[in-house]
Design a protein around this ligand. Structure first.
Ligand code: GTP
Length: 507
């Protein structure tokens, strides 16, 4: 059974164990949470950099394609405006347009229309019957605004090739500044989508080329239905409207609902922008699986640590219990030893020092007195006519009487160095270190009176009460204990001889 102190110590140790295990678990979990969050932000930073690089590549690609096509348009317009639309000029222009179309893969066709929209020159192999482009949006806009410059129109399906194309147009003006027609370069939508197909954007990534007016020109993943599709209400367009181009933002796609990290860039000075986006979920797939592995490992480790902690706490409790039992056993043993020691040194009947103890202490005190030159006295005390008492009251009463007399003598142990002892039988002794013979005689007299004052009857002596006779001896330099005892004994004999109930100091 554990005592309160042991219980408290065991509880404190168990508490410390729990605290240690708890802190270890918290440190581990805290560190791993921090590591996971850091890895996540590193991963997202890498995705940000990737989408910016992709957007930059798309921007350069689109700008080059448009710049090259516009350069051709500018040349064609300049030639027609300078040289007119005579058959020779148109033939040369058409040759030039065919050469340019072969050289520039983004071109689906080049055309020159007169002010009525009729085809004057074109890069296509043959004229489409009754072809007239006066109904096209770009034609109407140039007709209305001669200073419109380069127009990039919404994608249309080409009447000559059937391909999806983006029309780039410039107005042709007559020498008087009036509208004289339109030069058209058709950019193939698939020129862009083929390039976009080669970009590494993952499974859920998306890229797009769009007009700032708010419609799509090309996109990956591609579907013909996307081409020309309005972006109205989409977060992509809202982001462009709100933050402009040149930003990287997290956007939920209006097309497929996937959340992506989008990098948006303006294509030169054209009313176009490109957007490159990678799925946030997909980008974090590896991080997520790593995190799951870490969480499982952490949980396992925490479980292991908890089990070890519980085991440790149990061991601590057991050890403390064993320690307490050991301490109890040790204390019991010490008590037993003290009892045995006391028993070995004390007299069983009177409780005074026994003869062995008396001899040891007297030898010690004699040595001290001799060494330090201090006084020492010995009293030998004998009960007078004790035989009568025994005979009168029986041996058991004699024992009780002996105990009372011993207790009285013990009361004169006024100093820790004093020793009251049972010298033998009904003979008792008192060692008085530091006290000379005269003072010791005074004490002896008081002892004698104190015993008499007990009033123990001893009728056959003819006296009022039981008495003692005391022989006092003063230690002399070089006395042996035996010599000191012998002189005390001689003095006791004198006290007896002169009628008992007396004190005698040895000569
Ligand atoms: N009850 C009891 N008596 C004891 C004990 N030890 C010694 N005695 C008795 O003490 C008595 C000593 O007797 P004696 O030596 O003749 O001396 P006395 O009768 O005291 O007479 P004086 O010494 O001459 O005065 C004996 O009767 C012993 O039996 C003890 O432990 N108990």
């Amino acid at each position: 059974m554990m005592n309160i102190g042991t219980k408290e110590r065991a509880s404190a140790l168990v508490g410390m164990t729990v605290l240690l295990v708890g802190l270890s678990c918290l440190t581990l979990i805290g560190f791993d949470v921090w590591r996971c969050l850091s890895e996540r932000s590193v991963q997202l930073r890498e995705v940000h950099a990737s989408v910016r690089n992709l957007a930059k590549a798309m921007q350069i690609h689109a700008q080059n394609a448009i710049d090259e096509a516009d350069l051709v348009l500018v040349g064609v317009v300049e030639r027609i405006e300078t040289d007119g639309t005579g058959p020779a000029v148109l033939a040369r222009t058409e040759r030039l347009m065919k050469l340019r179309k072969q050289a520039l893969p983004q071109l689906d066709g080049l055309f020159v229309f007169d002010r009525e929209g009729r085809w004057l020159a074109f890069s296509q192999p043959a004229l489409v019957a009754n072809a007239n482009n006066a109904d096209r949006d770009y034609f109407i806009r140039h007709e209305r605004d001669a200073a419109a410059g380069l127009l990039i129109g919404a994608p249309v399906r080409s009447r000559s090739t059937g391909h999806l194309v983006i029309p780039l147009t410039r107005a042709i003006n007559a020498p008087d500044g009036s509208f004289a027609g339109v030069a058209l370069a058709m950019l193939r939508v698939d020129y862009f989508t083929r390039f976009y197909d080669e970009l590494d954007i993952g499974h859920d990534g998306a890229v797009a080329l769009a007009a700032t007016e708010g419609y799509l020109l090309a996109r990956r993943p591609f579907s013909p239905s996307y081409v020309g599709k309005s972006l109205a209400g989409s977060q992509l367009l809202e982001t462009v409207r709100k933050y402009g181009t040149g930003v990287t933002k997290e956007i939920r796609s209006a097309q497929d609902g996937v959340v992506r990290l989008n990098s948006i860039m303006r294509v030169g000075d054209y009313p176009l922008f490109v957007g490159a986006a990678m799925s946030k979920d997909e980008s974090l797939v590896e991080w997520r699986s790593n995190t799951i592995v870490h969480v499982v490992c952490d949980l396992g480790f925490v479980l292991l640590l908890t089990l070890l902690g519980l085991q440790l706490a149990r061991r601590v409790r057991e050890t403390e219990r064993a320690r307490a039992q050991l301490v109890d056993a040790h204390e019991a043993l010490e008590r037993l030893n003290r009892d045995l020691e006391r028993q070995a040194l004390s007299d069983g009947l009177t409780g005074l020092a026994n003869r062995r103890h008396f001899d040891m202490r007297l030898a010690h005190e004699c040595a001290m007195a001799a060494q330090q030159g201090t006084p020492l006295a010995l009293l030998l005390i004998d009960i007078d006519h004790f035989k009568y008492y025994n005979d009168e009251f029986g041996h058991q009463s004699g024992d009780a009487c002996l105990q009372r007399v011993a207790a009285t003598i013990r009361s004169f142990e006024t100093d820790p160095s004093c020793v009251a002892a049972r010298y033998g039988g009904e003979e008792l002794a008192l060692i008085l270190p530091g006290i000379d013979g005269l003072a010791a005689s005074g004490i002896a007299d008081k002892v004698r009176e104190a015993v008499a004052a007990l009033g123990i009857p001893n009728p056959r002596t003819g006296r009022a009460a039981l008495t003692v006779s005391i022989g006092v001896a003063n230690f002399r330099a070089n006395d042996t204990p035996r010599e000191l005892i012998a002189r005390s004994d001689a003095a006791l004999y004198n006290a007896k001889s002169c009628g008992r109930d007396a004190v005698r100091l040895a000569a």
